[in-house]
Design a protein around this ligand. Structure first.
Ligand code: ZN
Length: 334
């Protein structure tokens, strides 16, 4: 098969673009900082310029461009609306790229793209019920139920990081809500939650020698130090990690009870960098859970690791889900 597709992963910090063949094999990949200054067209223009400069020899036989982006989205107009982590907040994305390249641009939320990538090109090929979960600076998910990619009215279904795992609402989430999963266990929020726990705990003499306690006292507590000390066996760090993982396990129990998946793949920096202390402990927590009413799914780390959203974007371009295409009112050239 001759031809190419282009995938774009728009994150709050980094944007990745890739050229792939029609089997979904990445032939070239390029990463640049997502612009943090400019107007509502700056991000789309920067992506367009990079695609044209880098892939000018291949652009004629590009069939489509797929985009997986941080949300929230308005799929009908191809825009990002009020994004908490990108300073422009509300900006055009799919339409200006489509106008410039004269190729269909198929856009979805990053985790929605990711689960589609897992289904089209990854471990989900043989399954009809697949979930992807990321635990990174935030927590998010994408779901395929009975082969249908779930989207919601604007494309914002499955903001699972903002589901409630603590009705007492001890922690306030970045979105303004209380008791949300993300407020306890995402990379950005782990140090805040850990500091709250350390303020509440009685700390033994031994524990005061822990690098985690020293970092807490010095005001330099980080997700990295908590997880790396836990991996080394530091008792205080392990106590904190056990508490965080209780919220992670609750989040996954909710997901399994809601969607009855056959396969869950997990990605995101917090999981990828802490496989023993986060991934394995979540899996064993779910295996021992009394709170799951259906049979347990297979739970694995995504083989695509940091490229999962890019692979998802490529999959959107290769095999656009028809229910998604119907929602993209701006779509042309298809
Ligand atoms: Zn929230």
């Amino acid at each position: 098969m001759k031809g190419h597709v282009i995938g774009v992963d728009v994150g709050a910090t980094w944007t990745r673009i890739a050229l792939a063949n029609l089997h979904g094999v990445i032939l070239d990949k390029y990463i640049f900082k997502t612009p943090r200054e400019g107007d509502r067209y700056t991000i789309a223009e920067t992506i367009t310029i990079n695609i044209i400069q880098r892939y000018k020899d291949s652009i004629a036989d590009v069939k489509a461009v797929g985009i997986g982006t941080a949300g929230p989205l308005e799929l009908s107009t191809g825009m990002v609306i009020n994004s908490p982590n990108i300073p422009m907040r509300t900006f055009e994305l799919a339409r200006p790229i489509q106008d410039a390249l004269k190729k269909p641009v198929i856009m979805a939320n990053d985790c929605v793209a990711a689960v589609w990538g897992e289904k089209v090109l990854g471990l989900g090929k043989d399954y009809s019920n697949v979930v992807y979960v990321t635990i990174s600076s935030g927590i998010g998910g994408g779901m395929i139920v009975n082969d249908a990619l779930l989207l919601g009215k604007m494309g914002n279904a499955h903001e699972i990081g903002h589901t409630i795992v603590d009705v007492s609402g001890k922690m306030k989430c970045g979105c303004g809500g209380y008791g949300h999963w993300e407020a306890y266990a995402s990379g950005v929020n782990v140090p805040r939650f850990a500091a709250m726990l350390l303020n509440e705990m009685s700390i033994s003499g031994d524990e005061r020698a822990s690098p985690v306690y020293r970092a807490f006292v010095e005001g330099t507590l980080s997700t990295e130090i908590i997880y790396s000390e836990a991996a080394k066996g530091d008792k205080l760090a392990l106590k904190i990690v056990d508490k965080i993982n209780r919220y992670n396990i609750a989040g996954f129990e909710n997901i399994i009870n809601l969607y009855d998946p056959e396969l869950i793949t997990i990605g995101g920096a917090v999981v990828l960098r802490n496989r023993e202390i986060v991934f394995k402990r979540i899996v064993s927590g779910i295996e021992n859970s009394k709170g799951v009413v259906t049979s347990l799914p297979k739970i694995v780390i995504t083989p695509f690791e940091d490229d999962i959203v890019l692979v998802g974007a490529i999959s959107l371009a290769l095999l656009p889900p028809q229910n998604l295409i119907k929602m993209l009112k701006y779509i042309q050239y298809i």
